[in-house]
Design a protein. Structure first.
Length: 95
């Protein structure tokens, strides 16, 4: 029987729903997904309210993408910093 495989968009959306925040490093290290900004753009086009907060790393800036609201929900922008502050990167799953 063929196993249903999640699309990259579904994987990112599930992560955002569970943790509230995702970074490119999370997407690459955990899910092997390199097109995070394109997936975020698709989700935004579908009506998801996703904020981007840029953080300064040692050598470059990187974005934290924060799910504020599902389609047809009113976003609470004040939640963004709180979600980011409380975000704990999920441990890598080694298979």
């Amino acid at each position: 029987m063929k196993e249903d495989k999640q699309s990259q968009k579904e994987i990112i959306l599930n992560h955002l729903r569970k943790y509230g925040v995702i970074t490119l490093l999370d997407a690459v290290n955990i899910y092997k997904i390199c097109r995070l900004s394109a997936i975020i753009k698709e989700l935004r086009n579908e009506g998801y309210c996703i904020a981007t907060i840029l953080k300064q790393g040692k050598f470059n800036k990187y974005g934290n993408y924060i799910l504020l609201a599902e389609p047809n929900e009113n976003p609470n922008i004040w939640d963004a910093k709180e979600k980011l502050k409380n975000y704990k990167q999920p441990s890598l799953l080694i298979s």
